[in-house]
Design a protein around this ligand. Structure first.
Ligand code: SF4
Ligand code: FES
Length: 366
């Protein structure tokens, strides 16, 4: 049966980034700049995405503004009829370039911050002075009249500042705050002992979010979900494998999720060899965990199978070494106790962050 078209496409334009966040969702092996798709390649991908039925395009990285052709890329995407969301650190965009992006048809900006407190934010990002630049960029976004979301990745080292992060979102004029708990694959898995929050922290944060939601209703909406390591039910990762979203990485490989390359033995096809629609509908990688036919163990026949789609394949592999296992976030998984073990281990971390390898890019406007 032909699957319905994806709603969204996440275009990882580049892995280059001035920041070095220790929970980066990019793979441990970062793509080199000379292997990135060209402007013409991306323009073709955007046209094919729109023809396939994609509505929303998320321009991400690394730092997407490290691409000199970002304005041109937005223009191609808007020309194809896609809603364009720029996910950025705000470190490489000045007022002129932002105005050009708005002129080219950019619809929305999603700005990441590492903390509310500048010293802590800069330490987490591995970039002195970065937080101040982000705040300045947020001012440019509101001046340009672009709607924007503040995105805060939270973990043990900043979760106690959530109240201040909410205040920062209000001060900056964001309409939405996305509070995203770290997900543990790739760089974040390497740093898990430094990042996993405690149960007490999590409980305080959850109460705080509920209060802030009611206090700021109609002004600021707050996205927040309980992190997997404290959950009893898994989330439908990416809305289910091969169901709602596809990811194109900087070199053109098409992935069902941003961490899929961590799964061994899988072959991901490229937009340089095959069109997006046929990769979506019939490539082996997208078929592998689509639907429920691949499930076994407690997932097979479970009443929730078409609600959470078995959770996250990358998390199942990261924790159990078996990508077909039930996601340990599920209380029915025989591996559920692995989460408790990880939380206990994280109570006494050794050493410091392992920062993401820094891609050498200039941080001035390109
Ligand atoms: Fe979801 Fe599988 Fe757990 Fe059922 S057993 S709730 S399908 S992860
Ligand atoms: Fe790959 Fe969840 S991140 S399936």
């Amino acid at each position: 049966m032909t699957p319905p078209p994806p709603i969204g496409l996440l275009a990882e334009l580049t892995h280059r980034c001035p920041l070095r966040c220790p929970y980066c969702s990019n793979p441990l092996a970062l793509a080199a700049a000379d292997g990135e798709l060209t402007t013409a390649d991306w323009a073709r991908v955007f046209r094919q995405a729109a023809e396939l039925g994609v509505l929303q395009l998320h321009l991400s990285g690394g730092e997407p503004a490290a691409r000199r052709d970002l304005v041109e890329l937005v223009s191609h995407a808007a020309g194809a009829g896609l809603y364009t969301n720029l996910i950025t650190s705000g470190m490489m965009l000045d007022a002129g370039r932002l105005a050009a992006l708005a002129e080219a048809g950019l619809d929305h900006v999603q700005l990441s911050v590492q903390d509310s407190e500048p010293g802590s934010a800069d330490r987490i990002a591995g970039f002195p002075g970065g937080h101040a630049r982000k705040l300045a960029f947020a001012g440019l976004v509101t001046q340009a009249g672009l709607p924007f979301t503040l995105n805060a990745v939270v973990h043990r080292q900043n979760l106690d500042h959530l109240g201040e992060i909410v205040a920062l979102a209000l001060q900056l004029g964001a309409k939405r705050l996305e509070v995203a708990h770290v997900q543990y694959y790739g760089w974040a898995l390497l740093n898990r002992d430094h990042l996993l929050p405690t149960r007490d922290q999590l409980d305080r944060a959850t109460v705080m979010v509920e209060q802030a939601r009611s206090e700021h209703r109609g002004v600021l909406s707050i996205d927040y979900v309980v992190p997997d390591y404290y959950a009893t039910e898994p989330k439908a990762c990416m809305g289910g494998w091969g169901r709602q979203v596809m990811v194109v990485n900087p070199t053109g490989k098409v992935l069902p999720c941003h961490a899929a390359e961590s799964l061994p033995g899988m072959v991901f096809e490229s937009v340089l060899d095959r069109d997006l629609a046929s990769i979506w509908t019939s490539s082996e990688a997208f078929e592998m965990y689509r639907g429920t036919g691949w499930m076994r163990g407690p997932c097979q026949g479970c009443v929730n199978a078409e609600r959470d789609w078995g959770g996250c394949r990358c998390q199942a592999f990261a924790l159990t070494g078996d990508a077909t296992a039930t996601d340990p976030a599920c209380r029915l998984s025989r591996d559920h106790s692995l989460l408790d073990v990880a939380v206990q281990r994280a109570a006494a971390p050794a050493g410091d962050f392992i920062y993401r390898e820094r891609a050498r890019v200039k941080t001035s406007v390109l």
